[in-house]
Design a protein around this ligand. Structure first.
Ligand code: KIV
Ligand code: ZN
Length: 514
């Protein structure tokens, strides 16, 4: 099995990516991303951790009901309750996988699990035996694998393969590994474990030392792994996970070296990156490989000259191969409802009812009155707004007036609703955004702390909509509010209210790894 040249791409944006503070997504947002991952042709979509919360369970269920081409996976701790919950959420999926894990490092076993190695071994074995009644596609991860003792790993992994685990995923949970050592460890494990050839070996790396992609690739080339777990834009806890776009384009661009087959449609990469960034509020740094705005911009004169003579002088990938050229002006003021609806379909946006389409179309017309060219990114942003509105937001933006002049204190007046009642509040501040937030807080008195504020242009040019992310923190909970508008102060007000809405909703979720 492991000698095959096919490299399986396992995307965990919706599970490990979502564990990133502030990145939580609604069910509709997750379904939208899952559809894009299917268009990208990822082999496996880890849709969530079913036992984490009823919301997570429902999201996996919804994804399992609509995705046909990718295998849908749910994470579960190595216990019967979690595994049964995962199996139930996955019921509608034509192809399903249960991914169960337990920590195997001395530190995690003693300090976190308070279990002896023998107990961990026994629980791992029983978990696989229990999961087998639901599916033949079972993945096992020894959490904190890169800091676990090799002899113990050999015992656990041999046992779970014997019980029927079909994928062994080796995680560098805390991003501690270095490529050669990581790859060699996997190679030795495969060599030492007598039944290792009965499973596909996988890697799952975190980016704390900036080595996630390098470690994953070493796991493949040195270790012989044939599955990489990764996320779009490298989203994930702390410094994130292995970035899908980077491993995929490395393997494809250097196929002379890797000699591996991939099922990915790389032309869908940029759309996936933009969608994930827009939904989670995690902006992509301009110099990010493959999906950053500068990734294919050749600013220096020497490079431009070279590029004009022969593209290959300075470019190793073609922008269109990862989907950059696909961004186009799609609609304008005169576009009708049918054209709008068709574009929604092309973007994989499946609005629930005709009423939702009408509401989104009304927003589109409003935007088209203020902005002559409407891009795909504009449509995605307005659909997100519309989805939040239809979920019955507690806080809702209505209008804003704002004054700022050099030498004078900026003033903002914000009209918004709280639980359906309209309020009009004025505030002053050091700048117009500060005045806007102060105005909202006069009435909302939320007690939230703003911990991050960023503005990005959704598309090109000064006529672009501004997309604002405001990360708010309250009593240990962190959320990202996202708002977009051609007026960046309005976008800021929307982002702040969107953050307050997320804090207001009582999402209680268990982190699988705690
Ligand atoms: O990082 C990790 O160890 C994980 C496991 C659950 C695979 O995410
Ligand atoms: Zn992880």
């Amino acid at each position: 099995m492991t000698n095959s040249n096919r490299l399986i791409i396992f995307d965990t944006t919706l599970r490990d990516g979502e564990q990133s503070p502030g990145a939580s997504m609604t069910r509709e947002e997750k379904v939208r991303i899952a559809r894009q991952l299917e268009r990208l042709r990822v082999d496996v979509i880890e849709a969530g951790f079913a036992a984490a919360s009823p919301g997570d369970f429902e999201a996996i269920r919804a994804i399992a009901s609509v995705i046909k081409d990718s295998t849908i996976c749910s994470l579960s701790r190595a216990n019967e309750r979690d595994i049964a919950r995962a199996a139930e959420a996955l019921l509608p999926a034509p192809r399903k996988r249960i991914h169960t894990f337990i920590a195997t490092s001395p530190l995690h076993m003693q300090m976190k699990l308070r279990m002896s190695p023998e107990q961990v071994l026994d629980q791992a074995r029983q978990a696989i035996r229990f999961a087998r009644q639901y599916t033949d596609d079972i993945e096992f991860s020894p959490e904190d694998g890169s800091r676990s003792e090799e002899d113990f790993l050999c015992r656990v992994l041999e046992a779970v393969i014997a019980e029927g685990a079909t994928t062994i995923n080796f995680p560098d949970t805390v991003g501690y590994a270095v490529p050669e050592v990581f790859g060699e460890t996997i190679r030795r494990l495969r060599e030492r474990i007598p039944n290792s050839d009965k499973a596909i070996w996988s890697v799952h790396c975190h980016n704390d030392l900036g080595l996630a992609v390098a470690n994953s690739l070493a796991g493949v080339t040195i270790g012989g792994a044939r599955q990489i777990e990764c996320t779009i834009n490298g989203l994930g806890e702390r410094a994130g996970n292995t970035a899908l776009e980077e491993v995929v384009m490395a393997v494809r661009t250097r196929s002379d070296f890797f000699n591996l087959e991939l099922g990915i449609d790389t032309t869908q990469i940029v759309a996936a990156s933009k969608m994930v960034s827009q939904i989670t509020g995690f902006a992509v740094q301009p110099n990010k490989a493959v999906v950053g705005a500068n990734a294919f911009a050749h600013a220096s004169g020497i490079h431009q000259d070279g590029m004009l003579k022969a593209r290959e002088t300075y470019e190793i990938m073609r922008a269109e191969d990862v989907g950059w050229a696909a961004t186009k002006i799609v609609l304008g003021k005169l576009s009708g409802r049918n054209a709008f609806k068709q574009r929604l379909q092309e973007l994989g946006i499946d609005l629930q009812s005709e009423e939702d389409v009408n509401a989104a179309f009304a927003r589109f017309k409003e935007l088209a009155d203020r902005k002559s060219e409407i891009f795909d990114e504009d449509i995605m942003a307005l659909v997100s707004d519309e989805e939040h509105a239809s979920e019955g937001e507690h806080y809702r933006f209505v209008a804003l007036a704002q004054q700022s002049e050099t030498g004078k204190t900026p003033i903002a007046k914000v009209v918004f609703t709280m639980d359906g009642q309209e309020y009009s509040c004025e505030g002053e501040g050091d700048g117009p955004v500060d005045a806007t937030v102060n105005a909202i807080e006069k009435q909302a008195a939320s007690g939230a702390e703003l911990v991050l504020f960023s503005i990005n242009a959704i598309s090109n040019g000064t006529e672009s909509q501004g997309e604002v992310t405001m990360r708010l923190s309250r009593s240990g909970r962190i959320v990202n509010g996202v708002g977009s508008d051609p007026d960046i102060i309005v976008a800021s007000a929307k982002a702040y209210l969107s953050g307050l809405n997320k804090l207001h909703s009582k999402i209680e979720r268990v982190n699988p790894q705690l």
